[in-house]
Design a protein around this ligand. Sequence first.
Ligand code: PLP
Length: 395
Amino acid sequence: MDIAALRRDTPGCAHRVHLNNAGAALPTRATLDTVTGHLELEARIGGYEAAAEREADIRAVPALVAELLGGRPHEVALFDNATHAWQAAFHALPLRPGDRILTGRSEYGSNVLAYVHAARRTGAEVVVVPDDEHGQLDTAALAELIDERTALVGVSHVPTSGGLVNPVAEIGRITRRAGVPFLLDATQSVGQFPVDVAGIGCDMLCATGRKFLRGPRGTGLLWVREEMLERLEPHVSETASARWDGDRGYTWRSGARRFATWEMNYAAVLGLGSAVRQALDLGLPVIGDRAVALGAALRERIDAVPGARTHDLGRDRCAIVTASVEGVAAEAVKAELARHGINVTVTVPEQSQFDTEVRGVHPLVRLSPHYYNTEEELDRAAEVLAGLARRPQPR
Ligand SMILES: *Cc1c(COP(=O)(O)O)cnc(C)c1O
């Protein structure tokens, strides 16, 4: 990778040390120009007319996403965020009283709320699979818990608030053997390292555009395995998802399109396509090797600072690093980093409620480098933490 060239192609690199790629990564100049170019075209010739002019490029986006995930184009639907994509799949799953939803401690906060919401409405039950000694989902416990009552296994590949990478391929082997649907929230993993739906063996997967994929805000995607489509009943029917058959009612459109709505932000869709194309051109194995290595390097630097430490769980860890400085609130650490031009964020306890209940460590400072960051930037972040840790604390 030519890091200097990649940074020159990323306007934000000139202004900030951006260690908030788990929040929203910096887009490339090409992606930025794609989005603004389409907005200008819409303003100049009209929105419908602009979409018609770029129709081939718009149609290519689901195919690019399919290539990224190892799926097929008709198994992909585009959304305005990962939450709507995930909920479209989840709420399409029929649930009966006594059914069980199995999830993990690292599950994303909104997914947990949706499980509880569905459980209240249907009489289904939510069961949290414990972690193993590494702090990842305990696959042996999952295998024990799966039985004829299990209607779904729903897991976050990488949580929003930590560097953990869950053992998803092993989870997929277990769900496939049991014939239980597996819904994978891959919002933090897609774009960060290779995510292959065939290798994982999941049945449904959601992701967002703006995080490690470097797409525009307000984009998301859903992949649904073809064989799974017939087991799902979308909860939104409209003219893009279903076809009116006169007196006879309606028929769902073919493929995952049945989950999408007619209206789209095409500037954002084209921007997502640009981001996915760039990730494919660079290669996810290369992207993943560097992103994960930078995460490990940052963890090492922070753990070497007296008074600072990291909190990431799991045997396999990624580019998300969570940290604390003794005696300094996470928000104050974030503010001090911002004063030095370094972007980070702070974990939100409600976004990972099970993890919060078990460990009680949140809020933590979350630093998330991506492949276009440099070791020198990691040094700068660690220096700011060292400065804070050395400062005499008010009594
Ligand atoms: C950010 C995040 C989401 C939600 O994505 P949106 O695009 O904001 O809806 C879901 N799951 C995980 C693990 C996340 O980190």
